[in-house]
Design a protein around this ligand. Sequence first.
Ligand code: NAD
Length: 427
Amino acid sequence: MKISVIGTGYVGTVSAACFAELGHDVICVDIDQSKIDQINAGIPPIYEEGLSELLKKHAGNRLSATSDYDFAVTNSEVSFICVGTPSDAEGSIDLGIVKAASQSLGNSLKNKKEYHVVVVKSTVVPETTEKVVLPIIEKHSEKKQGEFGIAMNPEFLREGKAVYDFMHPDKIVVGALDKKSGDIVASLYRGIKCEITRTNPRTAEMIKYANNAFLATKISFANEIGNICKMLGIDTYEVMEAVGKDFRIGRHFLNSGAGFGGSCFPKDVKALIGKAKEIDYEPQLLRSVIEVNERQPLRMVELLKNRLGELKGKKIAVLGLAFKNDTDDIRESRAIPVIRELLDVGAIVSAYDPMANANMKRLFNSIEYYSSTGDALRGADACLIMTEWNEFKSLDNEFEVMKKKLIIDGRHMLGHVKNIEYIGLCW
Ligand code: NAD
C-alpha cells in the first residue's frame, strides 16, 4: 500500500523504513528540512541498530521524504501521525504538535476524493484520537468520519532495538471506530508474525499507557526494594533473581539502579497522572513511581558525598550519558539530574558516552567531554556509571589513571573490578 508517515523522529523513521521493508511505498513528512534531506540521502536522522541499512536500501526507491503534506496525502492511502507528544509545564500531555499535524492533514484531505485513513501512532492519552484529532480533521477537511477513516495504533518499540521490535513485536494493537479503517491498518502489518489486537481508539490509547506505566512501576518497585536491601546489607540482585522466577512476575525490569529515563516512561506516566487529574482521580501509585524515580539518581550523589565529603573542586567522571545503552538519546537520562547536582555543588565533571556526547553537550556545554573512558577517568576523584553500555562491563585497568579509585555504580556493571573501592547504588 501507499503510506505517509508524519514526523520522522525515532518512531516515524523506524516505522517508515520498516513499512518500506514490508513492501509498502512510504512518504515521510517532516517540518525539519535537515531530516528530510538526510532521509532522502539514505542517512538516518537518529541512530538505531539496522536503520541505516534499511534507509540505504529503500531511500530514493520505496521511501522518500518531503515537507509537502498535499503531496504526501495525495500519494498515499494511509497517514500515520508520529509526531512528538511532550509534557507541558505541569507534566500533562502537550498535544500542540499532534493538533498542528492533524490540521495539516485535514487541509490536505479537503481536496482528496479517494478514501484515506488517518492513524495516530504518537502516544496520546485516552480520548485524544476521538475528541481531539478527529474533530480537527473533520473541521479542516470539511468531511465527516466515514468519508475518511480514523484509527489509533500505538507503538511499543524499544529505542536501540526499534527496528528489531517493529519487525518482531509482542503485540500489534489497532483501535478503530469502524471496521474498514481497522482492516486497512491491520493489513499493513501483513508479513509480520504477530496476533493483532483489534479494539476501539481509547482502549488502544490506554493499552499503551498501561503498558508503560506498569514497566515504570516495576522499575521503581525494584529500586524501592533495592534501597531497603542496601541499608540491610542484602544483594537486591540475588533477591530479584529469585523473585523473577515467579512466572506471574517475570525477571525483566527488576534491575534496580539509577532509574528510568527516555522519551517515554517519565513523560507517559506523568501524562497519565495528568489525565487522571482531569477526571478527578488521584493516582497515588503512579505519583510514587515518579517520586522514587526522581530521588534515585540523586542517591548516587549522596553516596559520593558520604564517601568524599565536600564535592567542590573534585573531579567526577560520569560514564554514560544516554538514557540507556545502544542509543544517542539523552531525553530524561538519569545522568542529567546527576550532572546538574554535581555542577550545583561545584564539582568538575568529565563525561564520556560512546554515542551521546554531542547531544548532552547541547544541554551542558561547560563540562568536559571525552572520546574514551580512559580520558574521562584521568585524574578523577570518583567515577559514576550512569548507562548500561556493554563496553563498560569489560572495563578493568582503565581505572588506574584515576586520582582516587572509587566507582559508584548506578547500573550493576562493575562489581568484578579489583583494587578499587566499589559502591553499588542498591547492592
Ligand atoms: P521525535 O521528537 O523524535 O520526532 C518527532 C518528529 O516530528 C520530529 O522529527 C519533528 O521535526 C516532527 N514534527 C514536529 N512537528 C511536525 C509537524 N507539524 N508535521 C510533521 N512533522 C513534525 O519523537 P519520537 O520519539 O519519534 O516520538 C513520537 C511519538 O511516539 C511520541 O508520542 C512518543 O511518545 C511515541 N513513542 C516514542 C517511542 C520512542 O522510543 N521514542 C516509542 C513508542 C512511542
